[in-house]
Every structure is written in structure tokens, then in C-alpha cells.
Design a protein around this ligand. Structure first.
Ligand code: ACO
Length: 324
């Protein structure tokens, strides 16, 4: 027997306001056609004034707990992936913990930009498998609209706000690839690329929040290779192949990156879960948002093998394979 982190439920939350490409084209020199052709994005959600990352996260967490049929008191670990915290400190995770009425266990933020959810899942999985905690909420929540330069057409068209969450429980499983739960995770980073995608502010450097800056072509150039490498690591570790995978749920940055990665790995297009058209790039929130969509519409079912991957600022990148 071995301990695995099994998904008990998932949920998500999107702010009510939708910003379409056509509306964006009235603010900056762009067009629906350009954005759709280069990225696949048609619209994104934008948090309302006074709506913070913690609010989005709490709503997603409540939805995940309801899906799991659990009371918040059953949770003893919260790992919140975000690059857009409510405050520099305390961690947004403790605001979420408080909002859910939990005052036992531990809650902390984790920052790996767009790879944040995969890093948070791997972190929670390791804590659960050691027996340190029993049930975890793993959340990705972002308000990227707050760090965008709305005059920079090269970046402001790409991102959106939202949150998603999964509930994990430590459970004994036979220790085979047919087990339910997280089967493997692989995390990577390489700081040589840190100035290709970054925020030009921070408490220690400028004492300002700053705005997102990106060399889009450079990110694009590295993305597919990094994503596919770390997925091959996951296949090698589990003995699984692209054919075994039921659902590929990638970080939703850009449809062209997703299509090229799936193609290179020989993952059939009908197995790819795509939400970038409706959500834009919601950074750490994109994978749990996409999981939630595919569970709600009946695609991902108990027992399905699900492959996750993400790549983001740093660069950071990672993969995970889990049986739902
Ligand atoms: N609308 C119209 N024209 C635009 C826009 C826009 N929104 N943005 C840039 N352009 C123009 C540029 O000014 C340039 O014009 P020029 O040729 O007259 O100088 C032209 O379009 C081409 O610009 P590029 O930046 O070279 O365009 P590219 O084809 O590389 O597409 C894009 C840009 C979509 C950002 C692409 O590089 C990309 O997808 N990169 C990956 C970035 C990404 O996904 N980042 C997300 C974070 S990281 C992650 O999550 C993986």
C-alpha cells in the first residue's frame, strides 16, 4: 500500500464582468481577429472594484468543498498559488483560511507565476504523502487585471482574472499506476530567463506594485520545448504514454502553444481541454478552472487519467499526472 493524494472535489469562480476582444479594441490598437489568430482568446473575466484575489479564492474553495461534500473544518492544509496577493503580507491563504472559518492546520501562499497550480499541487501532495496533513485545499487564484499595463497591447490582451480549487485527501492505495490520486509531479525552474516575463515593481526594489512585462516571442520560443520535456519526465516516471492519457489539461496561456505541445506529444486534439478562449490566461488559476469546466460538463470522470502542465515566469514549469 502507498499513500496517494486523491481528488475529492473541484470548483471554480469567475468574476461577473466579461471583457471581450471587441471592447479591448476600443481601448488599445488591436482587433478581435489579431487576438484570436495569435492566442485563441475571445474574452476574459475582470474582477470588480473591491473584489480581491482572496474573494475569488474563497468562492472557488467553497465550490470545491461542496463538490467534495465536505465541511471546511475537514481541511488542515491550504496551499494558495498566486502572483497577485491581496497584500505583500500576510499570505492571501490566511485570508482564505479565515474566510472559510478554519483556524487549525496551516495555510500559505506559493508563487511560481503561471506554473503556480502545478507547484502547489506537488507541494500539497508531498505534505499529504508524509502524513503531515490529511486534507488539503489547493487553490490557484489571480487578479492579473491589477498588474497589467492597459496601454501595452502586447500584454493586456492576454490575461484575465479567476480562481479554481481542488480538495485532496490522503488515502491508502495499492501503489500501482491504476491508483486514484496524484501519480507523479515534476517541477523545474531556470532563473536565467527571469527578465523575459516579470513585473517591474516590488516591495524590496521599487516599493511599488509594478506592471507585467514580457518578451512574448522569447516566451513562445521556449514554451513548447519546456512543456514537452517535463511531460516526457512524467511519462518516464510512470511508464504511461500519451495514449494512456484521457484528458490533457494544460495551463491556458495560448492556443498555439497548447496545440503545438499536444501535437509534439501525439496527444489527440479531442483529449485537450481548452478554456483559453473564454478565460484568457488566468495564470495559476487556469488549470483548476479548466479542470472544473471539464468535470462539470461530464468529460473528466472518476478513474480518468489526467495530465497537467504549466510554464510561466522565471521560467518555471512543471507537470503532474493524476487519476481522477
Ligand atoms: N494587437 C495587434 N497587434 C499587436 C498586438 C495586439 N494586441 N500586440 C502586438 N502586436 C503587434 C506588434 O506590435 C508587432 O507589430 P510590428 O510587426 O509592426 O512591430 C506585431 O504585432 C508582431 O508582434 P510580436 O510580439 O512579434 O507578435 P507574436 O506573433 O509573437 O505574438 C504573442 C505575440 C501573442 C504575445 C506571442 O508572442 C505569444 O503568444 N507569446 C507567448 C506569450 C504568453 O503566452 N505569455 C503568457 C505568459 S507565459 C505563459 O503562461 C506560458
Amino acid at each position: 500500500m502507498t499513500v496517494r493524494s486523491v481528488v475529492l472535489g473541484c470548483g471554480s469562480y469567475l468574476p461577473r464582468q466579461i471583457l471581450t476582444n471587441a471592447e479591448l479594441a476600443t481601448r488599445v490598437d488591436t482587433s478581435d481577429e489579431w487576438i484570436v489568430q495569435r492566442t485563441g482568446i475571445r474574452q476574459r473575466h475582470i474582477a470588480a472594484e473591491g473584489e480581491f484575489t482572496s474573494h475569488l479564492a474563497i468562492n472557488a474553495a467553497r465550490a470545491a468543498l461542496a463538490d467534495a461534500g465536505l465541511d471546511a473544518q475537514a481541511i488542515d492544509l491550504i496551499v494558495l498559488a498566486t502572483s497577485t496577493p491581496d497584500n505583500t503580507f500576510p499570505a492571501t491563504a490566511v485570508a482564505v483560511q479565515h474566510g472559510l472559518g478554519i483556524n487549525h492546520g496551516a495555510a500559505f501562499d506559493l508563487q511560481a507565476v503561471c506554473s503556480g497550480f502545478v507547484f502547489a499541487l506537488a507541494t500539497a501532495d508531498n505534505f499529504l504523502r508524509t502524513g503531515a496533513y490529511k486534507r488539503a485545499l489547493v487553490i490557484g487564484a489571480e487578479t492579473f487585471s491589477r498588474i497589467l499595463d492597459w496601454n501595452d497591447r502586447g500584454t493586456c490582451v492576454l490575461f484575465g482574472d479567476g480562481a479554481g480549487a481542488v480538495v485532496l485527501e490522503a488515502q491508502d492505495q495499492p501503489g500501482k499506476s491504476g491508483d486514484r490520486g496524484v501519480l507523479t509531479t515534476h517541477l523545474r525552474s531556470d532563473g536565467r530567463h527571469k527578465s523575459k516575463l516579470y513585473v517591474d515593481g516590488g516591495p524590496s526594489s521599487t516599493q511599488t506594485v509594478g506592471h507585467l512585462r514580457m518578451e512574448g516571442r522569447e516566451v513562445f520560443k521556449h514554451a513548447v520545448g519546456m512543456i514537452t520535456d517535463v511531460i516526457v519526465d512524467a511519462f518516464n516516471a510512470t511508464g504511461l504514454s500519451a495514449e494512456d492519457i484521457n484528458w490533457f489539461v494544460p495551463h491556458q496561456a495560448n492556443k498555439r502553444i497548447i496545440d503545438a505541445s499536444a501535437h509534439k506529444l501525439h496527444i489527440a486534439p479531442q483529449k485537450v481541454v481548452l478554456t483559453v478562449d473564454r478565460h484568457g490566461n488566468t495564470s495559476a488559476a487556469s488549470i483548476p478552472l479548466a479542470l472544473s469546466v471539464a468535470v462539470r460538463d461530464g468529460r473528466i470522470k472518476r478513474g480518468d487519467l489526467v495530465l497537467l502542465e504549466a510554464m510561466g515566469g522565471g521560467f518555471t514549469w512543471g507537470s503532474a499526472v493524476l487519476r481522477w
